[in-house]
Design a binder for this molecule. Structure first.
Ligand SMILES: Cc1cc2nc3c(=O)[nH]c(=O)nc-3n(C[C@H](O)[C@H](O)[C@H](O)COP(=O)(O)OP(=O)(O)OC[C@H]3O[C@@H](n4cnc5c(N)ncnc54)[C@H](O)[C@@H]3O)c2cc1C
Length: 416
C-alpha cells in the first residue's frame, strides 16, 4: 500500500528542507524524500553568504566576451565543458538573450527582493531556541587587485543605491585597516554592511530537525525512481523504499531537476554548475567578516573555528569529479589576496552542483497553473540566500494563501 501525505517533497537540500519547515509550521502533513542524507547535495559545502547587496545576475552586458577569455584558461573561475547537448545549446541561447542591461537590472531587483525577504526570515529562525547555525549579520567585503575590477563593483554600488541598499568604496589603505590580512598590493574594495553569513550545513540539518519536531516525516536514503502522472498530477511516486501518493508534489531536486518531470515534456532549463570549496581551520589572522576575492570570484567565509574558500563555476553536466587544478586555483587565489594567512591542513575539499537557470532566477510555481505539482529549483549561486523565502512561497501556494511576493517572474512557464 502506498503511503499518502498532503505534500511530498523530493530533495533534502536547503530548498526542500525550508519548504518542509514552512509547511509543518502551518500544520500541513508533509513528507520529504531524500536519496542520500539531509544536506548532502549542493547545500552542504557552499560559502554560506546571505547577500542581498550583491545580487548581480550572471547574464549581464559584456559577460559573453569575458567568458570567451576564461574558457581558454583551465585555472579561470568559469568553464564550459564542450559536449553535444541540445539542452546546453538551448540554455546558452536563453542565457545570451538575458545579457542586455534592462534584463540585468530587473533580475538584480528580483534577486535582491528574494534575498532580502529571506534574510528577514533567517533572523527570525536564528532566534529559535536550540537552532544554532552561526548566523552573523556583520556585512561583507569585496577586495580587488585591479582598478577595472574595482570600477565594475563601484558601478554595481550605484544600482544597489537606486534600490535603497548601502555600500561603500574603500581605498587600499582603508580596506587593509578593516581586513589586515589582505595584500597591500590591492587596488581597493567595497564594504557591504547589511549582508550576513551562516554555516550552511548546520542551518539545513538543524532546520530539518525543527521541521521533524513540528510533524514533518523525513525519509533519507530514499531515492525517487519514477513518478507516474495523470496530466500534471502525480498519481504514484515509486522510490527505492516504497511507494507514496500525495495531493501536492514539490520538486526540490536542485541540479537533478529535469529527469523526474521529463514525461510531462516540461522544459526546465536547469544546468548543473559545479563549484568547489576548501575548508581549513581558521587562522587567527582572519577576522569575523567574509571577503570576496574579486577577480578570482572566491568567497572566503569564517565559519566557527573553520575558514572556507569557495568558488569556480563549471558547466560540465551532472559530473561530480574533482578537478584538482580548480581546487589549486582557489588555494592560489587565497594566497595572492591573503598572502600572510597560513592555511593549515584541509578539513574538507568539497564540490557541489548549483542548479543554474539561464536567466539566473529561480523557478518557483505550479507549471501551467495545474494543481498537484510545484517546482522549486534553479536557485543557482543564491540557494542559501533565497531558501527560507522559497519555502514560505511554496507553503503559501499549497495552502492557497496570497503569496508574499509576485511569483510571475519565477514561473516555470517562462521557458515554455
Ligand atoms: C562553491 C559554491 C558556493 C556557493 N555559495 C553560496 C552562497 O554563499 N550563498 C548562496 O546563497 N548560495 C551559494 N551556493 C549555491 C547553493 O549552494 C545552492 O543554490 C543550493 O544549495 C541549492 O539548493 P537545493 O536544495 O536546490 O539543491 P541541493 O542542496 O543540491 O539539494 C537537492 C537534493 O535533492 C536530492 N535528490 C536529487 N534527486 C533525487 C531523487 N531522485 N530522489 C530523492 N532525492 C533526490 C539530492 O540528493 C540533494 O540532496 C554555492 C554553491 C557552490 C557550489
Amino acid at each position: 500500500m502506498a503511503e499518502h501525505s498532503d505534500v511530498l517533497i523530493v530533495g533534502g537540500g536547503v530548498i526542500g528542507v525550508c519548504t518542509a519547515y514552512s509547511l509543518a509550521e502551518r500544520g500541513i502533513g508533509v513528507r520529504l524524500l531524500e536519496r542520500d542524507q539531509i544536506c548532502s547535495g549542493c547545500s552542504h559545502g557552499n560559502a554560506g553568504w546571505l547577500f542581498p547587496s550583491h545580487s548581480m545576475p550572471l547574464p549581464a552586458p559584456g559577460v559573453i566576451r569575458q567568458a570567451f577569455d576564461w574558457l581558454t584558461d583551465p585555472k579561470s573561475p568559469f568553464y564550459i565543458k564542450p559536449r553535444p547537448s541540445l539542452e546546453l545549446v538551448h540554455w546558452l541561447w536563453r542565457f545570451w538573450t538575458a545579457c542586455d542591461r534592462a534584463t540585468m537590472l530587473e533580475s538584480y531587483r528580483l534577486r535582491r527582493e528574494l534575498s532580502l525577504a529571506s534574510l528577514e526570515r533567517y533572523a527570525k529562525l536564528a532566534a529559535l531556541p536550540g537552532l544554532e547555525f552561526g548566523f552573523a549579520q556583520r556585512g561583507l567585503f569585496l577586495a580587488f587587485h585591479t582598478r577595472a575590477g574595482l570600477a565594475a563593483a563601484v558601478e554595481e554600488l550605484a544600482i544597489l543605491a537606486e534600490l535603497g541598499g548601502r555600500g561603500q568604496k574603500l581605498g587600499p589603505e582603508e580596506l587593509r585597516d578593516r581586513v589586515p590580512a589582505l595584500s597591500p598590493k590591492l587596488a581597493g574594495g567595497i564594504h557591504l554592511p547589511d549582508d550576513a553569513h551562516i554555516t550552511p550545513g548546520d542551518f539545513v540539518r538543524g532546520l530539518a530537525e525543527e521541521a521533524r519536531r513540528r510533524g514533518a516525516a523525513l525519509h533519507t536514503e530514499t531515492e525517487v525512481l519514477e513518478i507516474e502522472w495523470r496530466r500534471a498530477h502525480p498519481t504514484r511516486v515509486t522510490t527505492s523504499r516504497g511507494e507514496f501518493t500525495c495531493e501536492d508534489l514539490v520538486l526540490a531536486t536542485g541540479a537533478w531537476s529535469t529527469r523526474l518531470v521529463r514525461p510531462l515534456r516540461l522544459r526546465l532549463p536547469v544546468q548543473p554548475a559545479k563549484g568547489y570549496s576548501i575548508t581549513v581551520p581558521r587562522p587567527e589572522a582572519f577576522g569575523e567578516i567574509p571577503v570576496m576575492l574579486g577577480e578570482a570570484k572566491v568567497g572566503v567565509t569564517p565559519m566557527g573555528s573553520n575558514l572556507r574558500m569557495a568558488g569556480t563555476l563549471e558547466l560540465a553536466g551532472l559530473d561530480l569529479s574533482v578537478s584538482m587544478q580548480r581546487v589549486r586555483a582557489i588555494e592560489r587565489a587565497t594566497r595572492t589576496y591573503l598572502p600572510d594567512l597560513s592555511l593549515g591542513e584541509q578539513v574538507e575539499i568539497w564540490r557541489g552542483l548549483r542548479p543554474l537557470t539561464p536567466d539566473d532566477l529561480p523557478i518557483i510555481g505550479r507549471p501551467g497553473g495545474t494543481r498537484g505539482l510545484i517546482i522549486a529549483t534553479g536557485h543557482g549561486m543564491k540557494g542559501m540566500a533565497q531558501g527560507p523565502i522559497t519555502g514560505e512561497l511554496v507553503a503559501q501556494l499549497v495552502s492557497d494563501e496570497p503569496t508574499s511576493l509576485d511569483l510571475r517572474p519565477f514561473s516555470p512557464d517562462r521557458f515554455a
